[in-house]
Design a protein around this ligand. Structure first.
Ligand code: G3P
Length: 226
């Protein structure tokens, strides 16, 4: 399962990229707005930090098909081949996805709340679809179950479209989808850190270090190896 950071804060991205096996960064207009900075500069800084080989997701903002297609062409031109254009899974967006597919511009159907939205995005040529797990939960429906249903639709219809699970509030939501074999998730720093936030893990790591120090007086293996 691919793992992305759903954030545009440079410090946060730098820390996570340094520590974890991260495949890239996803953004949307609200995430960019939270930085309070020029989006062109922030996105370029993110591209510089993650390098050319990791994937950057950037959302088209224009409301009509023509505008979405123009946004997507510009995003693709400025940020390179490992950039995927997020497009809202609404009628104007599906049309844009079909046009962009023919041009070889990679897209992700986003703002996905229902399985049939995901079906339409996949059929229109999106490479990814992004269902919003926690927002679906907050509406009183089942976010994880919705994503599993989307995966079943793709499998049973033979759609070559990956799910990018989004909008998580806890690691259990991610765990269930990882177990089910979905293609990708994007998470906040807090959720990614929570994969290993556990007192038992910390205690075990500390015990090993303490025992080694008691035995050798040293903090590293290289200090004792001849
Ligand atoms: O990228 C879109 C998705 O991650 C939204 O998440 O946290 O605003 O529900 P959230």
């Amino acid at each position: 399962m691919e793992l992305y950071i759903d954030d545009a804060e440079i410090k946060t991205i730098s820390r996570l990229i340094d520590l974890y096996p991260i495949d890239g960064v996803t953004t949307n207009p609200s995430i960019l707005a939270r930085t309070g900075k020029d989006p062109a500069e922030v996105l370029q800084e993110i591209r510089d930090i993650i390098g050319e080989d990791r994937t950057l997701f950037i959302q088209a903002v224009a409301p009509d098909t023509e505008g979405i297609v123009e946004d997507a062409r510009k995003i693709s031109e400025v940020f390179g081949k490992n950039t995927i254009v997020k497009i809202a899974a609404v009628p104007e967006g599906f049309k844009a996805m079909s046009i962009l597919k023919k041009e070889g511009i990679r897209t992700c159907g986003t703002v996905v709340y229902t399985p049939l939205q995901a079906y339409l995005a996949a059929k229109a040529g999106a490479e990814y679809v992004a269902p919003y797990v926690n927002r679906i939960d907050n509406m009183g429906y089942e976010g994880v179950a919705t994503v599993k249903k989307i995966q079943d639709i793709f499998d049973s219809n033979g759609y070559d479209c990956k799910i990018l699970g989004a909008s998580f509030r806890n690691c259990n939501q991610v765990l269930e989808l990882c177990t089910y074999g979905i293609g990708a998730v994007t998470c906040s720093a807090d959720v990614i850190d929570s994969f290993v936030r556990n007192a038992a893990i910390d205690a075990a790591v500390k015990d090993f270090a303490d025992d080694f120090r008691k035995l050798t007086g040293k903090d590293s293996m290289r200090e004792v190896l001849k």
